[in-house]
Design a protein around this ligand. Structure first.
Ligand SMILES: Cc1ncc(COP(=O)(O)O)c(C=O)c1O
Length: 407
């Protein structure tokens, strides 16, 4: 018996996975060559599971900005903004994000995960009601646990269910905060935001949208689903991350509430952790400029997403419900998912093996994320790999076995 023996059932399942030669938690790249290519087990591999939507991780101006800021200001701030102060870059980044969203305030966090921890545990407290989509990201659930509001889950993407649950609260004291995501990270589906906004208006709730996977992806200017759905005025808080389309690390929340800055002295995941290093801040500011100056990146991204999504559907695979840069392929069971994933890697294609509890409804998925930097040749090579592995496993495209309408 050790202190970790409580995880023995989980360990057994994990050991069985490792014995089959697969260890997704310890997959190690020999090197990463570009936003879309790396070397894995001595083989050049197409990277199609990295959320690098705009392909900016190797952008020369972003890299130069990071190098210059690191040389001039050092590798880290070695503490929180409360203790060690705000650097000019932190303020510039917050101003740039507020301006981009046309909001009065912005707070930058050290990760998107911490942004959700901080915002959700602070905006609502004891006596308030936090309305969470059932398929919310782990950071949203963890943020809800860190705070003291009553947590009420509603059916994924169901404005009707949300409405019903809010109606039940009629007359009860406390604020109501609805939390949904722009693009959901596992299946790539979007929230019906117009309908959620209508529920929010009718019930007097506040609305927060986590645009982690939709910033730089959706909307006329890349602001995300709220912009695409034309409901920005109804959204009170937008949370996002720098770790996807902006190619770095960090998170943020923008808002218009007059007293938003009080968060800086009450929000523990902001106050009690080191602030972002100057190099990260500088590359993020530059990436945000690129996102705005180069709308063609977004257009290429969507073209690429369609090419993969349509191609997989043509091959007969069961995909997520919408052609977005997250393209999920349903697998019938864990064993097929693991073997399929491993064979794709051996064929030179890396994407994510997604299994419960990370997935909704216990589904097993191969999850691809497309980049504007992918070439059509790379996408076609990925489709060829899917077709070939499907044939070898007698899974598809013969049509004999499918995931059986899991998504
Ligand atoms: C919806 C959502 N919110 C927040 C996060 C956390 O972002 P970060 O990687 O910046 O911690 C993620 C990460 O995958 C996410 O999918």
């Amino acid at each position: 018996m050790t202190i970790l023996s409580k995880y023995s059932a989980l360990k057994q399942a994990y050991d069985a996975l490792r014995e089959s030669g697969v260890d997704p938690a310890r997959l190690k790249f020999d090197t990463v060559l570009s936003p879309t290519e790396g070397v894995l087990n001595d083989r050049r591999t197409i990277l199609m599971g990295t959320n690098n939507y705009l392909g900016l991780t190797f952008d020369e101006t972003c890299v130069d900005a990071a190098v210059e800021a690191t040389r001039s200001q050092g590798t880290g701030t070695t503490g929180s903004r409360m203790a060690n102060g705000t650097y000019k870059g932190h303020e510039a980044l917050e101003e740039a994000l507020a301006a981009f969203y046309g909001r009065k305030h912005c707070m930058v966090f050290s990760t998107g995960y911490q942004a959700n921890l901080g915002v959700l545990s602070t905006l609502v407290g004891r006596g308030d009601h936090l309305m969470l989509d059932a398929d919310s990201h782990a950071s949203i659930y963890d943020g809800s646990r860190l705070g003291h509001a009553e947590v009420i889950r509603f059916r994924h993407n169901s404005p009707d269910d949300l409405y019903k649950r809010l109606r039940r609260l009629e007359g009860a004291p406390g604020d109501r905060l609805i939390v949904v995501e722009g693009i959901y990270s596992m299946l790539g589906d979007t929230a019906p935001l117009k309908e959620f906004a209508a529920v929010k208006r009718e019930t007097g709730a506040f609305l927060l949208v986590d645009e982690a996977h939709s910033l730089g992806v959706l909307g006329e200017t890349g602001r995300g689903l709220a912009e695409a759905a034309g409901v920005e005025a109804d959204v009170d808080f937008i949370v996002g991350t720098f770790s996807k389309s902006l190619g770095s690390v960090g998170g943020f929340c923008v808002a218009d509430s007059e007293d938003f800055d009080i968060m800086r002295i009450v929000c523990r995941p902001y106050m009690f952790t080191a602030s972002l290093p100057p190099g990260v801040v500088a590359s993020t500011i530059t990436a945000l400029e690129k996102l705005q100056a180069q709308p063609h990146l977004r257009h290429t991204l969507m073209r690429n997403a369609h090419r993969l999504y349509d191609g997989l559907q043509r091959l007969g695979f069961e995909t997520g419900p919408e052609p977005n840069p997250i393209v999920a392929v349903a697998m019938p069971d864990q064993e097929t998912a693991v073997v399929f994933w491993k064979m794709l890697i051996e064929a030179g294609l890396y994407l994510n093996l997604a299994v419960p509890p990370a997935t909704p409804n216990n589904v097993r998925l191969l999850r691809a994320s497309i980049s504007a930097a992918h070439t059509t040749d790379q996408i076609d090579a990925a489709l060829d790999a899917f077709a070939e592995v499907g044939r070898q496993l007698d899974f598809l495209p013969t049509g004999r076995r499918r995931a059986g309408g899991a998504l």
